[in-house]
Design a protein around this ligand. Structure first.
Ligand SMILES: Cc1cc2nc3c(=O)[nH]c(=O)nc-3n(C[C@H](O)[C@H](O)[C@H](O)COP(=O)(O)OP(=O)(O)OC[C@H]3O[C@@H](n4cnc5c(N)ncnc54)[C@H](O)[C@@H]3O)c2cc1C
Ligand SMILES: *[C@@H]1O[C@H](CO)[C@@H](O)[C@H](O)[C@H]1NC(C)=O
Ligand SMILES: *[C@@H]1O[C@H](CO)[C@@H](O)[C@H](O)[C@H]1NC(C)=O
Ligand SMILES: *[C@@H]1O[C@H](CO)[C@@H](O)[C@H](O)[C@H]1NC(C)=O
Ligand SMILES: *[C@@H]1O[C@H](CO)[C@@H](O)[C@H](O)[C@H]1NC(C)=O
Ligand SMILES: *[C@@H]1O[C@H](CO)[C@@H](O)[C@H](O)[C@H]1NC(C)=O
Ligand SMILES: *[C@@H]1O[C@H](CO)[C@@H](O)[C@H](O)[C@H]1NC(C)=O
Length: 545
């Protein structure tokens, strides 16, 4: 914070420095063919709108249907890359022919950033071919390519060992590519932190086509790609994970309480107990709207979903001491292997075989997501206002995730993800609907914004923090082809707080022409003439130490 007012007064204007090449899609295709003919020919990896399977490939990994419609421009070509040489050729040929590159792995971006742009672009698809998973239990590690889905990674680990897992996210169908670059939280975050806190190496292809690993990229870039947003620094090929020990059996439950059953009091109490529980327990509160099928009356029902790295007996004893109001009994609890707990948390019925994690078929919906960090407990009145708004929206759920534990121990500058100590919980507002059309979208987006507006006084302030993996264009948006620094500082401070300055420096070093840009990308330092704006570098350097 300390230097930003000064910085902003210098940098209200962004100056686009690189004169981009004129747009030529034919030139791009010819360049690709030329560059790859001696290595691995690329022609059977290119899907243009002329190819019959273009549409099915494009839509297979669009998770938010809002961005599936034609008013959001789609890639001129999908390059289903098979090798590093394909990625290098795509980047260089796009650059020389005035095209932008987007990279898509799992397609779970909330705002379609991986497959939509207002300027002519091509999309690198990582999901189809670059999805290998190589687990090495002896070394307690795994190399995974960006196109691997989180569920596939968990499944692969479980085929080698029952006593290791990995602390990443809950939805099995998002991919390593976007998820790891933005943080990646899940049921073991209070024990081990985020995915990025457990990533020990990575391979990236940069804007000048270089393939780098941790050693050759250096610690600044390695720091930046773990939480600073995957698309900002290049195309990330693969990640090396440090596996995390888990007991042979863990314990889970999912108990539901409606407003009439005391949900308001329970959530009120939850705020004070869940963030202070031992690290082995992650107890999420997930409110949803429930309709009585006979009367049509709506209420809110809160699912309290637990993940405990220990036995059912211990969990029951812990909760009867610390949260007796929840009334947990051993009959509520289920002991199972860690990978089975992933299936349970993904909301499949008990007993569903773990092979369901290998199902990659996406279930797309229309959606609008937003996120907040909460540092002071909410009053019962505020909780009741949330219920009222939710009932009005109806098709909404909140994921309320307790912080504390390991999350409070890791320094706010250890990675670009700054939301560490001092948070009671993180809340995701996720409105999802199936009605097509702009009117439905406008209505649900408006209602979601109203709920977030209502929350303003009760959540983090100056800045109002947000989770980069729950991308939200409401909090500040640039153009696809032009990154205004002052605008970037607004969303940048919300996503990264003071880490934003170091991210700008790393970005300027690794991608000085700002080739990889999007509506919420990290900006480069603005330049005037041949140099960066005088005086800014030392200012930022002193600010980050
Ligand atoms: C249903 C659902 C559940 C979720 N659950 C969780 C959760 O439990 N925990 C959590 O932390 N988050 C969760 N998320 C958020 C998720 O982490 C992000 O949406 C994440 O960015 C998705 O990654 P992806 O590869 O699937 O998406 P994509 O849309 O493919 O990519 C997301 C962003 O990363 C970029 N990108 C992707 N791959 C690469 C690459 N190889 N190199 C460079 N840039 C790349 C894209 O260009 C885009 O900007 C969830 C999202 C959804 C929709
Ligand atoms: C797309 O169509 C072109 C022209 O018909 C063809 O040469 C190419 O092989 C097709 N691409 C794929 C991936 O099938
Ligand atoms: C950016 O793209 C828009 C169209 O989306 C165009 O009108 C504008 O001129 C472009 N700006 C630059 C700097 O290229
Ligand atoms: C629905 O409402 C009726 C009438 O009030 C009530 O008897 C019934 O228990 C309710 N059903 C559920 C599932 O809550
Ligand atoms: C795990 O729990 C299940 C269900 O209680 C039990 O059948 C199984 O023996 C346990 N496995 C281990 C390794 O403890
Ligand atoms: C895979 O998942 C999709 C989407 O949830 C579902 O429709 C399909 O039936 C599943 N396939 C199998 C083989 O289970
Ligand atoms: C959408 O809303 C507009 C303005 O209210 C209305 O004229 C139009 O008929 C609506 N469209 C649909 C498909 O409902």
């Amino acid at each position: 914070m300390k230097f930003f007012p000064v910085l902003l007064s210098f940098l209200l204007l962004s100056v686009s420095c690189a004169t981009s090449a004129p747009v030529s899609f034919d030139g791009f295709l010819q360049c690709l063919a030329r560059k790859t003919q001696s290595t691995l020919p690329i022609f059977d990896s290119i899907y243009t709108t002329q190819n019959t399977s273009y549409d099915s490939i494009l839509h297979a990994r669009i998770n938010n249907l809002v961005y599936s419609t034609p008013e959001y421009p789609k890639p001129l070509a999908i390059i289903a890359v098979k090798s590093v040489s394909h990625i290098q050729a795509t980047i260089l040929c796009a650059k020389h022919n005035g095209l932008q590159v987007k990279t898509r792995s799992g397609g779970h971006d909330f705002e379609g950033i991986s497959y939509v742009s207002d300027v002519p672009f091509v999309m690198i698809d990582m999901f189809i071919h670059l999805n290998s998973i190589d687990v090495n239990v002896a070394d307690e590690s795994a190399w995974v390519q960006s196109g691997a889905l989180i569920g596939q990674i968990y499944h692969a680990i479980s085929t080698k060992t029952r006593v290791y897992g990995f602390p990443a996210g809950i939805c099995p169908k998002m991919a390593a590519g976007g998820h790891f670059g933005g943080g990646g939280y899940g049921v073991m975050m209070r024990k081990y932190g985020l995915a990025i806190d457990n990533i020990v190496d990575a391979k990236i292809i940069t804007a000048n086509g270089k393939l780098l690993d941790r050693k050759s990229m250096g610690e600044d870039l390695f720091w930046a790609i773990r939480g600073g947003g995957s698309p900002n620094f290049g195309v990330i090929l693969s990640w090396k994970l440090k596996l995390a020990p888990v007991p042979a059996n863990v314990t889970v439950f999912n108990v539901k309480r409606t407003i009439a059953q005391g949900a308001t009091d329970l959530v009120y109490k939850w705020q004070n107990v869940a963030p202070r529980m031992p690290k082995d327990l992650f107890l999420r509160a997930m409110p949803q709207v429930k309709k009585n099928s006979t009367t049509g009356e709506k209420t809110v029902e809160v699912s309290f979903i637990a993940h405990f790295l220990g036995s059912s007996d211990k969990l029951v004893a812990l909760l009867s001491k610390r949260f007796p109001e929840l009334g947990i009994q051993s009959t509520d609890c289920h002991e199972m292997s860690w990978v089975e707990s992933i299936v349970f948390w993904a909301d499949y019925p008990l007993g569903t075989p773990i092979s369901v994690l290998l199902n990659t078929t996406n279930m797309a919906v229309y959606s609008k997501g937003k996120s907040d960090y909460v540092k002071e407990p909410l009053s019962k009145d505020v909780i009741e206002s949330i219920w009222k708004h939710m009932i009005k929206i109806e098709k909404i759920l909140l994921d309320i995730n307790p912080y504390g534990g390991r999350m409070a121990e890791i320094s706010a500058t250890a990675t670009p993800y700054p939301h560490r100590a001092g948070n009671l919980f993180h809340v995701m507002y996720y409105t999802y609907w199936t009605e097509a059309g702009i009117n439905a979208t406008n209505r649900y987006v408006r209602l979601t914004r109203e709920l977030a507006d209502m929350m303003t006084p009760y959540v983090s302030k100056n800045p109002r923090e947000a989770y980069q993996n729950y991308k939200d264009l409401d909090i500040g948006v640039n153009q696809d082809n032009q990154t205004d620094f002052a605008t970037a500082a607004v969303y940048g401070m919300k996503y990264y707080k003071d880490n934003f300055a170091r991210l700008v420096l790393v970005k300027t070093m690794i991608d000085p022409e700002n080739f990889f840009k999007n509506k919420q990308s990290i900006p480069t330092l603005p330049r005037v003439g041949d140099g960066y704006i005088r005086g800014i570098l030392p200012l930022i350097e002193s600010a980050i130490g």
